[in-house]
Design a binder for this molecule. Sequence first.
Ligand code: MLT
Ligand code: ZN
Length: 465
Amino acid sequence: MNRRGVAPYHRQPWGDALTVELPAGLLREFVAVVGESHVLTGDAAAGYAVDWTGGFTGQAPAVLRPRDTAEVAALLTLCAEAGVAVVPQGGNTGLVGGGVPLHGEVVLSLARLDRLGPVDADAGQVSAGAGVSLQQVADADPGLDLGVFIASRASATVGGAVATNAGGLRVLRHGPMRAQLRGIEAVLSGGTVLSHMAGLVKDNTGYDYPSLLAGSEGTLAVITAARLQLVPRMTDPVTVIAGVDGPGEAHALAHQAVREAGGLVSAEFFTQAGLDLLTEHARLAPPLRPPAPAYLLLEAAGPGAAEELAAVAGDRPAAVGTGAAERARLWAYRERHPEAAGFVGVPLKLDVSVPAAQWVRLASEVAGVVAEADPGALVITYGHVADGNLHVNLVPATAADGRHQDAVFSFVASLGGSISAEHGIGALKAPWLPLVRSDAERALFARVRAAFDPAGILNPHVLPR
Ligand code: MLT
Ligand code: ZN
């Protein structure tokens, strides 16, 4: 049982019988690096071994909490010498089991690397330790903002967001975390520190390894700091939720908004099914009466934004917010969707993307595809319509033995899509990687990985061949 009192799907095969012990000498060496209070074992380590969804529960023989890059390097050197596998962990907000010790790995928590540098006003950039939250980065300067905006921003950290190349609610405008990255500091498994933090916009001096580390899910190096490009803070933002008759209308309107609303920042889709769960369990009052089959949330900023969004919404039923409180109220309908399926059971969160021309088919047909595999499954869809991204959250009614992933991922692959748009592969999707990545690509991944981590200790069960 996990902290929500429900049985997880993805418990390691050896279940509760897993006991992993480290040699006492190694534990003493860890203590010599970080101090006794930052080597956690037993019950103190348990909270680091379960993920946010409650679907992934592992066991950590130790949680190590270094306070700086030098301590990270010393700990990794010890782990590499001892052949001990390591799972780097940030805010533990990941959704694919990539940041929890499902195979008895040591957890390397980067939470204490929380130094946020001064904002460089000339460049509009800031250097942030891996443990700084995305919200802290966003709040660093009153005129600037972080381009990546995700619901878990108060807990999600810079290191984890770079390692998973987090996307979120403003990708259509600012791109994912990789696009914000102007430099990185990271430690290789042998303890070597790589640092390239000058923040140069133009820098053609060799391989762009910061970009490679973005989305590497902790398999290549441990990210200890990042140099981030900030974006101008929005002025006069306007948020609109329009009722639509389904995915087709949502997609057409979103693409009209992309073309016609110059200040567009977000275009988000959700359905009445998810909203029903939120009105019942999270006590949100419905945004529109009567309800619509589906909804499109648009946000734009700058001169003329209100008029542009009004023109896109046309005479459809719509709720409009301009003040902070009213916009937050409207955003809650979308931002709380990740919780919706969790009110019914432990959700399986499948995050997929397809080419733009296939998105309507994906959003319209995926529930039927799931029903063929498990007629009783609850399916809630929502997502980033302008990015071709759909989140398929489902609560199985039958055994969660991979049949749901088989069904959804095969459908997505047949549409030319990706089995992970923004959450990563982690443990959840590892068996299905060959659906979307060829033998040649995975062989290249393995060679890259061996070059960065010859000891083979960094998140060894994530992104396997
Ligand atoms: C979102 O878009 O809300 C995030 O990717 C989180 C989620 O899908 O659960
Ligand atoms: Zn998302």
